[in-house]
Design a protein around this ligand. Structure first.
Ligand code: PLP
Length: 360
């Protein structure tokens, strides 16, 4: 298998893929694949229940939070969040990169969305910080906790007083433990650390769901958290196979030591790369040290031509997915849970050889 550093969809645990392959034609004696069975069957209901319960155990999700497996990607949540939670039509956004900027732009369609802080003037090389306590009448304070493109991560949640925090954690979901009770709502597209693309996990505190969406009846039925939570992710046909795969990944994480073990292993992988890049005379880091991501390590060569040569040479060594996002260029090595330490060994060996070959 390739050494896969893709930012998402990304590497999945080999054990999970093998298990899914073994069950592909006949899931536990029922004579069909999970892709082929009714989402109203008791077999699928137990797959869904097990996935939710395993996730609750892993993350320590309190009972007053609902868990939903929705479709439409993380992108649909850019609209679902304001439509459901902007009761006073006024929210605050921390803009740390392209994903939080898109979410903010979407929210501006539905009410007043203030940019409370942004790191755009410095090219999103760091995470922005709140200057002080935000206006307590805001409906929520929004952040993208790990900006996948720039490779920055907010390590300390801001103090927002009584204002709920809403976080897009897509690219750090299940990379480390999270204090769920400190958030009003957490969501993540699962295609980085939790499964194949096609499901978004939304974890929302009961009181924020309330009696229905903030914007009322104009909200598309599918996008209402109240309805989705009351139907336990089965309002319409869910991405059943994706939920089944997520459940398997949740079990794999649990059996591999849980989120604390993931965090330790992920920092070890990322810090080996950061350490090398910081000491290199060819490669330079993109994210500032105090804002660096646990998952997405971004760096570049002195010229775009060298970046392209690096990416092409990587493929010859079976190292794939290291090309930076098209809006930023350079390189990005995403070291999610299923990326083994030996993949980082291979990348570091290659970086050393490349640097030696291009020494001034
Ligand atoms: N938010 C973050 C942090 C992301 O990394 C991505 C995609 O990579 C998205 C949102 C958009 O996700 P999707 O493609 O599932 O809509």
């Amino acid at each position: 298998r390739a050494f896969n550093f893709s930012a998402g969809p990304s590497a999945l645990p080999e054990e999970v893929l093998k298990e899914a392959a073994a069950e592909m034609l006949d899931y536990k004696g029922c004579g069909m694949s999970v892709m082929e069975m009714s989402h109203r069957s008791s077999t699928f209901q137990s797959i869904l229940d097990d996935a939710e319960q395993t996730l609750r155990r892993l993350m320590g999700i309190p009972d007053n939070y609902r868990v939903m497996f929705l479709q439409g990607g993380a992108t649909l949540q850019f609209a679902c969040v304001p439509m459901n939670l902007m009761r006073g039509r006024h929210a605050g956004y921390l803009v740390a990169g392209n994903w939080s900027k898109k979410a903010w732009q979407e929210a501006c369609k539905y009410g007043q969305a203030d940019v409370l802080a942004t790191s755009e003037p410095t090219g999103f090389d760091r995470t922005p910080h709140l200057g002080g306590m935000p206006d307590q009448s805001l409906d929520y304070v929004y952040l993208c906790q790990n900006e996948t493109v720039y490779g920055t991560m907010t390590r300390e949640l801001p103090d927002t007083g009584d204002v709920p925090i809403v976080a897009d954690v897509s690219s750090m979901f299940l990379s480390s433990p999270l204090p769920v009770e400190r958030y009003g709502l957490i969501y993540a597209g699962v295609q980085k650390n939790a499964g194949p693309a096609g499901n978004t996990v939304v974890i929302c505190r009961d009181d924020l769901i309330g009696d229905g969406p903030a914007l009322g009846d104009i909200v598309p039925t599918y996008m209402g958290y109240k309805l989705q939570a009351s139907k336990d992710s089965l309002y319409n046909t869910p991405n059943a196979w994706g939920i089944y795969m997520c459940g398997k990944v949740f079990h794999w994480i649990e059996e591999t030591g849980g989120l604390a073990a993931m965090e330790e292993r992920n920092w070890e992988k990322a810090n080996r790369l950061y350490g090398y890049i910081d000491g290199s005379s060819l490669f330079s880091p993109i994210a500032r040290p105090d804002s660096r991501s646990i998952a997405n390590v971004t760096f570049r060569c002195p010229t775009p031509e060298l970046d392209a040569e690096f990416v092409a040479g990587a493929a010859e060594r079976n190292i794939v997915g290291v090309k930076g996002h098209r809006i930023l260029g350079g390189m990005r090595a995403s070291c999610y849970n299923a990326v083994p330490a030996k993949a980082v060994d291979a990348l570091l060996d290659y970086m050393e050889d490349f640097e030696r070959a291009h020494a001034a």
